[in-house]
Design a binder for this molecule. Structure first.
Ligand code: FNR
Length: 366
């Protein structure tokens, strides 16, 4: 049964829609279902991470510098709007709004997968809306199934400062129309890295990168990774909900949490020796989660689901207000923790409790 449900009243079948139409429908489904999912989730593995509070921070808020150096650029803030959408007229509007918010707040932003536009030129505008609305740092986004030339085209389309390559095997497996052959992914990533002129980051989409995967990615020549772990947007759940019968409902929650990925990565990979960038995303709900990810070793932190939800429910001014509130609160919380810089956070006292502690111990991390 190839019927894809966006909502019962908007059911489309493959007989009646062309491939581009199906792809656009999928993009709209992802946004709608990710938004619904966001409202459901409340706790995640970031709750296992605790900062030890000390009575004397010894600094003032004016001493705090939130800037980070990422992929050759200076970002004023250690968080960014991570990859989401594009490929339909509705998602083009969302990209324009997210990019405007990024421009107004000084944040970097990543495009959603540009495959649809590489195949169907009429869909390009839904992605170029990003560059049209921000002069700031922009990531292009493709998967390992594109050719090196297509990756170069994706970067050019957005005049992007860097490229994200998403690896999403768990999502593909759950999608009936998804890829089933992952045997050439690593070679393909190496070929893309060799072809593009901008820095390349390989990212997951919410299932997490193990230290083994990170080692393999860096061996291919990538400039960095975004672990994008479990805890927020769950594409197994989203793909299940797009169908009448959810065959893989038991696979919900698959993968490693973002904090566990960071503990694993920092414990096992000499990121500094390799001059590699470690980014984190997946389940970031508030400024404290941002600080926890930074304290666990991330250089910057990506947010998708939460900002999408804010925009869809409250609009563009509310998204800007939310980002500004995060910026202000990050400064306050850094002060509370006595950290003048993001680097200082890594010397702070962090407790790993609960399931995250148990998992870390099983991985041999103490
Ligand atoms: C995503 N994500 C994503 N990632 C990617 O590399 N390419 C893509 O096209 C998409 N598409 C997409 C659509 C929607 C609606 C969402 C919410 C997310 C994954 C995203 O970048 C991130 O890795 C995960 O969503 C985990 O972060 P959050 O949502 O828990 O903050």
């Amino acid at each position: 049964d190839l019927t894809l449900y966006s909502s019962p009243e908007h059911a489309v079948s493959e007989e009646h829609a062309d491939a581009a139409g199906i792809a656009s429908q999928r993009k709209d489904d992802h946004v709608r279902l990710a938004d619904r999912q966001h409202a459901d989730e409340s706790t995640n593995a970031f709750d296992d991470i605790r900062f030890i509070h000390h009575a004397f921070p010894d600094i003032a808020t004016k001493d705090v510098d939130l800037g980070v150096h990422v992929l050759g650029a200076d970002w004023p803030m250690p968080f960014f709007i991570n990859a989401m959408t594009g490929g339909s007229s509705k998602s083009g509007g969302i990209n324009a709004a997210l990019a405007k918010a990024a421009a107004r707040t000084g944040l970097a932003i990543a495009s959603g997968s540009q495959h649809a536009a590489l195949r169907e030129p009429s869909l390009r505008e839904s992605f170029t809306a990003i560059r049209d609305n921000t002069p700031g740092f922009v990531f292009a986004n493709v998967g390992p199934s594109v050719t090196p030339d297509q990756a170069v085209d994706a970067v050019a389309m957005l005049q992007a400062d860097a490229l994200q390559i998403h690896v999403n095997a768990a999502q593909e497996i759950v999608m009936p129309e998804g890829d089933r052959d992952f045997s050439s992914w690593r070679q393909s990533i190496a070929d893309i890295i060799a072809a593009v002129k901008v820095p390349v980051v390989v990212k997951e989409v919410g299932f997490g990168l193990s230290s083994r995967s990170i080692g393999q990615i860096l061996d291919l020549g990538a400039d960095g990774v975004d672990v994008s772990g479990r805890g927020g947007t769950d594409f197994v759940d989203i793909e299940n909900r797009r169908r009448k019968s959810s065959e893989y409902s038991y696979l919900r929650g698959f993968g490693q949490s973002t904090p566990l990925c960071l503990l694993d990565a920092v414990h096992r990979i000499s990121l500094h020796d390799r001059d590699a960038v470690l980014l984190a995303s997946g389940g970031v709900r508030n400024p404290l989660d941002v600080l926890k990810a930074l304290a666990l070793g991330a250089q910057a932190v990506g947010v998708s689901g939460h900002f999408l939800h804010t925009y869809l429910h409250s609009g563009d001014d509310a998204l800007v207000a939310e980002i500004e509130a995060w910026k202000m609160q990050l400064r306050s919380l850094m002060t509370l923790l006595g950290a003048r810089s993001v680097a200082d956070l890594r010397h702070g006292d962090v407790l790993v409790t609960g399931e995250s502690r148990e998992e870390a111990e099983l991985l041999g991390i103490d």
